[in-house]
Design a protein around this ligand. Sequence first.
Ligand SMILES: Nc1ncnc2c1ncn2[C@@H]1O[C@H](COP(=O)(O)OP(=O)(O)OP(=O)(O)O)[C@@H](O)[C@H]1O
Ligand SMILES: [Mg+2]
Length: 314
Amino acid sequence: MHVLVLSGGLSAERDVSLRSGRRVAEALRTERPDWEVREQDVDAGLLDRLAQHRPDCIIPLLHGAAGEDGALRNVLESLNIPFIGSSAAASRLAFDKPIAKRLVEIAGVSTPACVAMPQSTFRELGATGVLDAVVASLGLPIVVKPTKGGSALGTSVVHTAAELPSAMVGAFAYGEVALMERHVAGVEVSVSVFERVGDVLALSAVEIVPEGELYDYAARYTAGTTEFFCPARLTDEQALAAQALALDVHVLLGLRDWSRTDMILTPDGTAWFLEVNVAPGMTETSLFPQALLAAEIGLGTLTAELVETAVLER
Ligand SMILES: Nc1ncnc2c1ncn2[C@@H]1O[C@H](COP(=O)(O)OP(=O)(O)OP(=O)(O)O)[C@@H](O)[C@H]1O
Ligand SMILES: [Mg+2]
């Protein structure tokens, strides 16, 4: 078996992706010493290399655009090379936060109220009037983030209307559309989902307690700045609600193989969907590997199974 792990790329999350790729490749080599497992950055030479040395299966571990928005997966589908993870079409819907939120909301999932605002609209209509209307409808605090992004880059919490314009500029640095979302105060958890012989299974929720207000970039990748609890400190009812939400999202959005849903649980028992990741982080401090470890499932074991299934079925 020849497996190619794709990581790196040109997104803002390049470094995180390289670490995710390294970790998965090493786990796979340990699990299957007889397999040829290579790591590959994504650049202009990729297609030539795929043609020269066609892998049996690809593991796309690019975070952010291109990797998670479906573009690269579309190319792999055109080349007819099996890969693990969600299809291009499903990834495209899941990666766009307001679209994913609306799709799951239609199916009855709770997700915080939001307004998506392209930079052009913001400029044409005049920042002040637009933002006053948004504050009046959502209330404060508001979380501002890029509609397509990850690792909380460009994300901030706004407590007063005066802070909103600079928060918008921060989000626009990562994309043309910014999402303003009602802030939800509660317990933040992330639930990882994976498929095994036709079953869709949810791992225990991982609870995230960042030092500051947000689980931001520094909180993610600086050791010791965030406390994690796995399993999360939840009642049985809350734990089940969190897992049910992640399973619902995975199925509703037509995701495949693995995903990770981020949410906030409020005291009234509601699980609020924030977003879902089709290429969950796999670094040492990432949530998916923590949840696997708690369930005593090896990352190499799971990945090898998913590779074998993809090669047989796709
Ligand atoms: N509506 C909200 N209410 C409260 N906190 C929020 C809200 N939205 C986001 N956050 C905080 O901001 C962080 C980043 O938000 P979110 O998960 O939506 O974006 P992301 O950058 O795509 O993250 P990831 O890398 O996990 O894909 C969350 O982990 C959470 O701490
Ligand atoms: Mg998130």
